[in-house]
Write a protein that binds this ligand. Structure first.
Ligand SMILES: C[S@@+](CC[C@H](N)C(=O)[O-])C[C@H]1O[C@@H](n2cnc3c(N)ncnc32)[C@H](O)[C@@H]1O
Length: 229
C-alpha cells in the first residue's frame, strides 16, 4: 500500500512512522509512506498556505490551491501504476472512524491523507477533491496530523504481510460485535492475583468456550451498544 500525507508539519510524523510495526512494514516494502510538506505547493513567495475567512470571523482558513496542486502532483506521479486510491480529508465534520472503516480502507492500494489546521480547510477541498471526510471522534484537535497517524496505524496493521501472525487481528475488539476476551501472561499467580484455572488447563475447547463467554460478559458490561447490532 502507498500512503501519501499532505501536512504543514511533516516532522510530527517522524516518531510514529519510524517505530514498531509501521517501521517494519516499510522496511519489508509492504507499505510505502510519503510525508509531503504542503508548503512546497504554495505559490506564495513566503510559502503561506492560509488566509482570512470570507465573510469574516476568527482564525485563518487553509487555502484550497496547495491541496489541489499537491494531489494533482501525486496523481501524475502514480498515474502509470493505476492504483485503487482513496483521498481522505481529516475533519471533525466527517464520518466517524471505526474498525469497519479501517478494514475497508485496507483494501485500497493507495491512500492520500489531507491534514487541516487553524479553522480548517477551504470547503472546496471537501466538495471537489476528497472522496471521504473522516473524523476520529467528537472532539477538536489542533490539526489533522494525529488523526492521520491513527488512521495509518489502524489500516497498516490490517494490510496482509504486516503483522507477523495474520490471526492477531481476527478476534480483536470490534472485528465482530464483541470486545476481545481478557489476556493473561506469566506468572500464573502474581501476589495472590491468580490467572483463571481454565487457561492453564491445556483444554483448547474449554479455553475457546471461556473466551467467548468472557468476550460477551465484557461487551455487556463495557459496551452494551455493540450487542444491539
Ligand atoms: C482546529 S480543527 C478545525 C475545526 C473546525 N473549525 C470545526 O469547528 O469543525 C483543525 C483541523 O484539525 C483536524 N481535526 C481536528 N479535529 C479532528 C477530528 N476529531 N477528526 C479528524 N480531524 C480533526 C482537521 O483536519 C481540521 O481541519
Amino acid at each position: 500500500m502507498l500512503i501519501d500525507v499532505l501536512t504543514i508539519f511533516p516532522k510530527m510524523f517522524d516518531a510514529v512512522m519510524g517505530e514498531s510495526i509501521i517501521k517494519r512494514a516499510q522496511e519489508k516494502k509492504v507499505v510505502e509512506i510519503n510525508i509531503i510538506d504542503l508548503r512546497l505547493f504554495s505559490k506564495d513567495k513566503h510559502r503561506k498556505v492560509d488566509d482570512k475567512p470570507f465573510g469574516g470571523g476568527p482564525g485563518m482558513v487553509m487555502n484550497a490551491e496547495p491541496f489541489f496542486e499537491a494531489v494533482s502532483y501525486i496523481r501524475r506521479k502514480t498515474k502509470d501504476r493505476r492504483l485503487k486510491t482513496r483521498t481522505i480529508l481529516l475533519s471533525p465534520k466527517g464520518k466517524k472512524f471505526s474498525q469497519a472503516l479501517a478494514v475497508k480502507l485496507s483494501k485500497y492500494e493507495h491512500m492520500v491523507l489531507l491534514c487541516g489546521h487553524y479553522e480548517g480547510i477551504d470547503n472546496r477541498v471537501a466538495e471537489h477533491l476528497a472522496d471521504d471526510e473522516i473524523s476520529i471522534g467528537d472532539f477538536i484537535l489542533t490539526g489533522g496530523e494525529l488523526p492521520a497517524m491513527a488512521i495509518i496505524d489502524s489500516v497498516v496493521r490490517l494490510v496482509p504481510g504486516v503483522l507477523g501472525d495474520e490471526n492477531s487481528c481476527k478476534d480483536e475488539s470490534f472485528s465482530g460485535n464483541l470486545l476481545e476476551y481478557p489476556h493473561y501472561t506469566r506468572p500464573a499467580d502474581y501476589s495472590g492475583m491468580k490467572v483463571p484455572d481454565v487457561l492453564l488447563s491445556g483444554n483448547h475447547g474449554k479455553i475457546e468456550e471461556w473466551r467467548r463467554k468472557e468476550a460477551i460478559k465484557a461487551t455487556k458490561k463495557k459496551r452494551p451498544d455493540l450487542l444491539k447490532h
